[in-house]
Design a protein around this ligand. Structure first.
Ligand code: SF4
Length: 280
């Protein structure tokens, strides 16, 4: 696997629910076609040539040395480190990436720094070893559909859905904190599906993050998208409240202004519920 050297690793993220973050690989073998926002940025800035280039990740070979230097500098400011925004720490069937991700998590946890991770890959069972990995960590997966056909189209080289859920559940069953990102959620012109079935499949998780799909013309083509995302957010909130699961609805998913214009019989309850979870 190709390697690169970086000058810095840890950085303060500007993303709404993140604190510090790091990307210890350049590119991602999962090759999502939503498209991948990180790939678009890297392409625009000339770091990668194209999609083929993006799918061949390069490891940051000096990531652990950089962490040794940077942890003392940032430790007092860090609430947690998010892995990762511009790559996937547990790329499916890429053991080199998994190996370095485990070392990074262990190194951060040694200094009592919590790690929050997200993957479309498979979590290694090693993470349940409490001698090496802190119990404060939070492990998440992205899951926007239960359909393997959908996955093959939009997350072609990511892990199969059932395996992904099973690996998260394994961590949950051994006392780890888990979360699920249902984002970018597709509109019915892309796939007709029941969000409650997805929620049921991951109802063991401690937290659900829900968000609309951006950067794709198919979503823009769906005329009723504002109504649709308000309704889906309402379903997620109602489900999570019933199951006592924490919720985060991503910025721009709920459209309260649009809801005000709609004549709905149950508008008051609907409005109040969405208002209380609207990230602005
Ligand atoms: S898993 Fe994440 S980083 Fe990797 S291609 Fe998909 S969206 Fe991009």
């Amino acid at each position: 696997m190709e390697e690169i050297i970086r000058k810095t690793l840890l950085y303060k993220s500007g993303v709404e629910y993140a604190d510090y973050s790091l990307n210890h690989a350049e590119g991602c073998s999962h090759g999502c076609t939503y498209p991948c926002y990180a790939m678009m940025i890297k392409k625009r800035s000339g770091v990668i040539k194209d999609y083929t280039d993006w799918k061949k990740p390069k490891i940051v070979s000096n990531a652990l040395e950089l962490l040794d230097k940077e942890i003392p500098k940032y430790k007092s400011k860090i609430k947690y480190v998010y892995l990762s925004f511009a790559t996937d720490p547990f790329m499916y069937k890429v053991p080199e990436v998994t190996e370095i991700s485990l070392k990074i998590i262990k190194r951060l946890n040694q200094d009592n720094i919590k790690v929050v991770s997200i993957t479309k890959g498979i979590y290694p069972k090693d993470l349940t070893d409490k001698k090496n990995y802190g119990s404060q960590n939070e492990y998440g997966i992205t899951l926007v559909s239960l359909s393997e056909q959908f996955k093959n189209r939009f997350e072609p080289f990511a892990s199969p859905i059932k395996e992904r859920i099973a690996s998260l559940k394994y961590l949950h069953n051994r006392g780890m904190k888990t979360w699920v990102s249902i984002e970018p959620y597709p509109t019915p012109n892309v796939i007709k599906q029941d969000i409650e079935k997805i929620l049921e499949a991951v109802s063991f998780a401690d937290k659900i993050v829900f968000g609309k799909w951006n950067y794709n013309y198919m979503i823009g083509n769906y005329a009723d998208q504002k109504t649709f995302y308000n309704e889906m957010a309402y379903k997620v909130i109602t489900f999570c409240n019933k199951k006592k699961i924490d919720i985060h609805i991503k910025k721009g998913t709920i459209d309260l202004e649009f809801l005000k214009e709609q004549a709905l019989p149950h508008k008051q309850t609907y409005y109040k519920t969405l208002l209380s979870y609207n990230a602005v």
